[in-house]
Write a protein that binds this ligand. Sequence first.
Ligand code: PHE
Length: 342
Amino acid sequence: MAVTDTLREILAKAEAELTQLDSTAALETLRVQVLGKKGELTALLKSLGQLAPEERPIVGAQINDARAQLQTLMDAALLRVQAMERETALRSETIDVTEPRPLPGIGSAHPITLVMNDLIECFTGMGFEVLQGPEVELDHYNFELMNIPKNHPARDAQDTFYMDDNVVLRTHTSPMQARVMLSRKPPIRIVCPGRVYRADEVDATHSPVFHQMEGLVVDEHVTMSDLRGTLDAFAKHMYGPDISTRFRPSFFPFTEPSAEVDLTCSACHGKGCRICKDTGWIEVLGSGMVNPKVLEMCGIDSTRYSGFAFGIGLERLAMRRYGIHDMRLLYEGDARLLQQLR
Ligand code: PHE
């Protein structure tokens, strides 16, 4: 009978092909070709109508048997080709772990961090302790206890961001002086590095967020020569033995007397150049003897104790040291800046 023959042929051909198969894609093609909606078995089913009515159920059953049989064979073939494919993939994807690869990009600590760490090393070496204080600060510590009352003109120079009338972003690290004096007894020897804020426009030398490191020493018999000696040691630690300090009279409400401190220009060693505007000196910090009024406000007996304080601007040190001419480069996060420091 023609249909039965065709059926046998289809079966034989499919079985032969199945043993040859080497990919899941080829198996799928074969499945569609034989069992699919337009496949060979389906076509055969459709041709049942041409048979004598009594033959139809018999041949129909044969076709269904063949379909089941093929399905089983294909399921088995699928497992086999999947295993083959996995094997090939594993073999082609082996990794030679000994092959040398280019190194990943290595960054560096940020210039501000580098300078800060160096300062910490310098001052801890002289017996200072490192403390950190809040960046969101009470007006009371930032201004009042620093002898800058409301409406004092010194507030103008340190205009800041007010959270409300009593809470500001600290304009300097000096409020830590008050926090420490109020919570400890002399002798006090501390440095406080950290972020500070002022309502300044961004330009090559200004940023509304920058960094300072406060220093405070309070003890019996502390004099201005202790301040000078300490800052001289700092200057030499940072820039080398031929660097000295120069004190210029200045004013800060919380120190009396006060001084701006310049260091020998490290670019020209004091001869005068473009960087120091031909003066031979670079201004790096504000300092002075702690105002007795501040000592008293913070509960320290100013007849027995005296102290000195200083505030170092870290941006300026970092820019000097690494030859960075625009402060904005420090905050833009361009990795090329760090790569140059490696
Ligand atoms: N707080 C001062 C400023 O930000 C610097 C300073 C600190 C001056 C300590 C004297 C003593 O300008």
